[in-house]
Design a protein around this ligand. Sequence first.
Ligand SMILES: NC(=O)c1ccc[n+]([C@@H]2O[C@H](COP(=O)([O-])OP(=O)(O)OC[C@H]3O[C@@H](n4cnc5c(N)ncnc54)[C@H](O)[C@@H]3O)[C@@H](O)[C@H]2O)c1
Length: 352
Amino acid sequence: MRVLLTGHQGYLGSVMAPVLTAAGHEVVGLDSGLFADCVLGPVPVDPRGHAVDLRDVSAEPLSGMDAVVHLAALSNDPLGSLAPELTYDINHHASVRLARMARDAGVKRFLYASTCSVYGASGADDLVDEAAPLRPVTPYAESKVRVEEDLMELADDDFTPVFMRNATAFGYSPRLRADIVLNNLVAHAYLTGDVRVLSDGTPWRPLVHAEDIAKAFAEVLAAPREAVHAKAFNIGTEENNVTVAEIAERVVATVPGAKLLITGEAGPDPRSYRVDFSALRSAVPGYQATWTVGAGAAELLDAYQRYGMTEDDFQPRFTRLTRLARRREDGSIDAELRPQKGPRAEPEAVPL
Ligand SMILES: NC(=O)c1ccc[n+]([C@@H]2O[C@H](COP(=O)([O-])OP(=O)(O)OC[C@H]3O[C@@H](n4cnc5c(N)ncnc54)[C@H](O)[C@@H]3O)[C@@H](O)[C@H]2O)c1
């Protein structure tokens, strides 16, 4: 298939592009490059791509495509809460616009990167499956719910949207994010010796490795239409339904000398949900997420040691919120997060 991969220069996109290419697809990227130089380790070889903001994209990149894998978004709760109106513009309106243009251009399949955060405050009593009520508690999660609703309206005989509700990702990507829970805790432990949990540790937070997400997308791209048409799928594995305290304990067990501090200073976290991941396994026999949290912690520690994660990079380069704030300050993006022309104040990533 010819696949347009939006967000190909992000954390998940940089893992997804080679997986889709290895599955035999011709991948074309689309990204405004907000984090293109947030690289830890060897600089990834990107597929050719369109350097464009999602809000400004024309129909041209969609011409001749068989499928769209849509990852580009402001990608987490703190970003969404900082700028709710930008989150709705980019994550909701621009995504629905892209899907409409895709359908008009004859694209058959549209895989949308949604999130298990749509279950929000579902609690720990039952495993939530795809039919569970959606209880988003942040603008980010709300934007994902709205896109799912609007894309469902577009489904027809010729256009198959699929809603990929990813658990919280972990693991090494050459374009690292250190603001997602396992990546963050391992980095903090490696740099300071502390594993600091700011909540009381009790919220459930299902996790899934970036590579297992990429493989799920590859499987759904190739699946028969009737198995996936207009369906939502939770992406992950029940084994990785863990509490934040359990995640922290795995990090303590992985990083030599690390000490656990559960401070509770951030107050109660309403986002808590345990997830049933069986629907994708039924729809796509043979798919199984295989990475455990412990194996992911070990992989991250190895990458941080091998490629030299430093205090100086941890926040400014690998934390999405801080990164965007710095880029706004240095003028390389404007207040609406559109890249500006001119010399960059930050050094480019150096290949090792
Ligand atoms: N990482 C996770 O834990 C996780 C979990 C569930 C869902 N998701 C979803 O998966 C997708 C990818 O997440 P990620 O972790 O790779 O995030 P990321 O922030 O690393 O990547 C997002 C990419 O989108 C691009 N982008 C953002 N706004 C854009 C715009 N206006 N125009 C063009 N490009 C734009 C960025 O430049 C970046 O390359 C997102 O939709 C996110 O909501 C991620």
